[in-house]
Design a binder for this molecule. Sequence first.
Ligand code: FAD
Length: 409
Amino acid sequence: MNYTADIAVLGGGASGLIAAITAKRLNPNLSVYIFEALDRVGKKLITTGNGRCNITNLNLDFSRFHGENSSFCEHAFNRFGYEEIRAFFYTVGVDFVNEGDKVYPASLQAASVVDALRFECDRIGVNTVLGCKIEDISLGKEYTLKSNNCTVKARALILCTGLLSGGDKVGSFGNVFRLLKNRGFKTVRVSPSLVQLKTETDYVKQLKGIKATAKATLLCGKKVVCSFTDEVLFCDYGLSGPAILQISRQSARDERGYTVSLDFYPDTEVFELTNRIKERAKLLHHRSLEEFFVGSINKRLAQVVLKYCGYKLSDSVASLNDSDYTKIAEALKSFEFKVLSNTGFLNSQVSAGGISTDEFDSKTLMSRSHKNLFAAGEILDIDGDCGGFNLSWAWASGAMAAESAVNSL
Ligand SMILES: Cc1cc2nc3c(=O)[nH]c(=O)nc-3n(C[C@H](O)[C@H](O)[C@H](O)COP(=O)(O)OP(=O)(O)OC[C@H]3O[C@@H](n4cnc5c(N)ncnc54)[C@H](O)[C@@H]3O)c2cc1C
């Protein structure tokens, strides 16, 4: 099949769907096409937020975005911030609810977000071509895209193909990124982010399946890289849960050797916790260490922390002295795990790195070297924290690229 488009949007994910709708709404006379590799649009979007889609965040603070030049995203958010995202989704029938700063569709169904975007594409006349994986792009005065079953000629091209997170099943092929890299586009090394960490397993294996709220800190040597307080899940390979995903980014960026430290009492100072343990020991001196923390923290977690401190669980609480109380308090506030690696792109929520933002103008998202070539979403070297920031970037950049494309034609 041959197609001719005024605007070709490559990729029918989050940024591609909003880009196509925005372009068509701004100028209904333009022919706008989405070319999507998979048999449906929005396959990744359906999986977001555990099927609930954490669609955006009430507080789109720029410090929550990363990349070699993270301030690149500011123009897009100044133009298309939380209020504009909310207003856009209102027009396609998606109401918002929030849990703290995290915002979800009121249906709490990610699939409903995809449906609403799909319905709007159909209503306004965006053409969607499915099962069309673009394998080649000619960058000239106009753009020629080729898949094994179609050729597309377009006056403007918006690249919305994402990167590697989530794997092929959700369309994260990364082939368009590689294609541009081979064409000489400057790129920034790609690594998984918002990903589970593989650690030394002596202690995590014994805690497999336990969830605990903790302040998780990523350390490089003694230097604190970042911290986040939320749930941590112990797995046989290492650590997972929201707190770990949030601090995972830097440990996958280089080989410097990182440690995760867990603080199960982030609001309590060591001396205060020491005193509490001392009082508890006086009260429960008849118990063995195996039972010491029963009723206070997770039994197995307490036992493993005590083993980590070097105690035998059969020892009596009465055998502890002042330095032991401090030692236990310190371990409960800094239970450390050496990071070995991570669970990879397949299990990550976002890819850090991508096409360098130097290649694009932050005010328009147009390529600096190719007129009417635009990029949006994860393919660019911008990634966000957990909490709706990555979809927010997809919405803001997709809408802005589309607006610029329409203005430029
Ligand atoms: C499990 C999971 C949960 C997540 N949860 C959240 C969340 O709750 N909140 C949040 O903010 N972020 C979340 N994210 C991140 C968020 O989904 C992504 O950052 C966002 O979807 C990126 O949008 P995008 O448009 O750049 O790429 P994508 O949404 O990945 O879309 C890219 C599209 O391009 C298509 N494509 C790729 N290559 C080609 C090609 N060669 N030819 C044609 N089509 C192609 C793909 O099939 C895909 O449909 C989650 C990610 C994962 C993996």
